[in-house]
Design a protein around this ligand. Sequence first.
Ligand SMILES: *Cc1c(COP(=O)(O)O)cnc(C)c1O
Length: 380
Amino acid sequence: MTIYQELGVGTHINATASLTALGGSLMPPEVLDAMRAAASAFVDIHELQRRIGDQIASMTHNEGAYVTSGCAAGLALATMASRTRGDLVAAARIADVGSPAERSIPHEVVMIHGQRMPYDLAVGLGGGRIRTVGNALQTFDWELEAALTADTCAVVYVVGELYNGGMLPLESVIRIAHAHDLPVIVDAAAQVPPVENLWKFTAELGADLAVFSGGKEMRGPQSSGLIVGKRAWIDAVRTVGPPHQRLGRAFKVGKEEMVGLYAAVRRFVHFDHRQWYLDQLRDCSELAARLGEIPGVVASVEGRNRVGAEIPRVRIELPPAAPAEQLVNMLRAGQPSIIIRSHERGVAHVGLDLLVDGQLEILTDRLLASVRSCAAGGLD
Ligand SMILES: *Cc1c(COP(=O)(O)O)cnc(C)c1O
């Protein structure tokens, strides 16, 4: 009996993406082994965080790195760091949430309208108040300039395909923010692969901090995240972050997660991403070719996923009268349950990157049968 059977919780085949609500991703053996080993002894958590930060910084060509309990936690901690800039008195003031002393510390975080997204709630959790510039289609340099005042503590910039609406290039945002002595915090939660993104936004383009999820495609512990960037800003994060009994303490990270994320990053930077990409592309092409033989169905391969990471996926266009929701529900309700998603009328997407042994065959059979049935129903 598996632990999930004992609990009476059903399991699913994940043919979509590393969704938190589905459990994120699956950790490779070297990550699980590292976590088990980390669980067997006591260590000084400050020292462990520092050593792992130094190692990850060096592997990712950054000045510094810090392990968090997720990207959202990282955004909250980065916001606190931008307010306090490493100052202990300021760190004590922001902890007295809502007091005049706390409110007197700069707290406006500027974001581009088209980049507002559900996770920016974390900025508020860090004491930031978001001020939006631009509209869904446009943002101008002068709008950003005008929004930066004595009350501003940072600019948060979200990278990825979904957040391109009316955006200014990151380079312009960095130039304008730095001219006002303000840090730029990049939310790059799901922007790997390519692995180079672990240093592109910070070491190459000059952003002060970039925050990633550890438990998405990096395959680290689900409740882990990574902040990389300039040493002074990483130290400012450290000042407010756990295990100190300061405002960031609610985002504590265990030794197992720290070591697990370290092992995941080590694996990820040495991984043969090119071969993996070609393998994914081949599997997606074979699946698309078989789906394309079904009357009325158009199937193709896309080289990037929904948020623009380099993860191929299959796009399935159903005949006009066949709702994609029906296909999604059919696969979810079957045995074993398979999760795919539709974000566009009449179109479903399937990703193969999170499948484990034997699941590609199961997925292929079920998908062909379900698409056939949906397409036929749609044509009636
Ligand atoms: C997933 C995601 C987050 C949250 O990351 P966690 O690691 O789950 O906390 C934040 N921002 C974006 C853009 C994301 O995709």
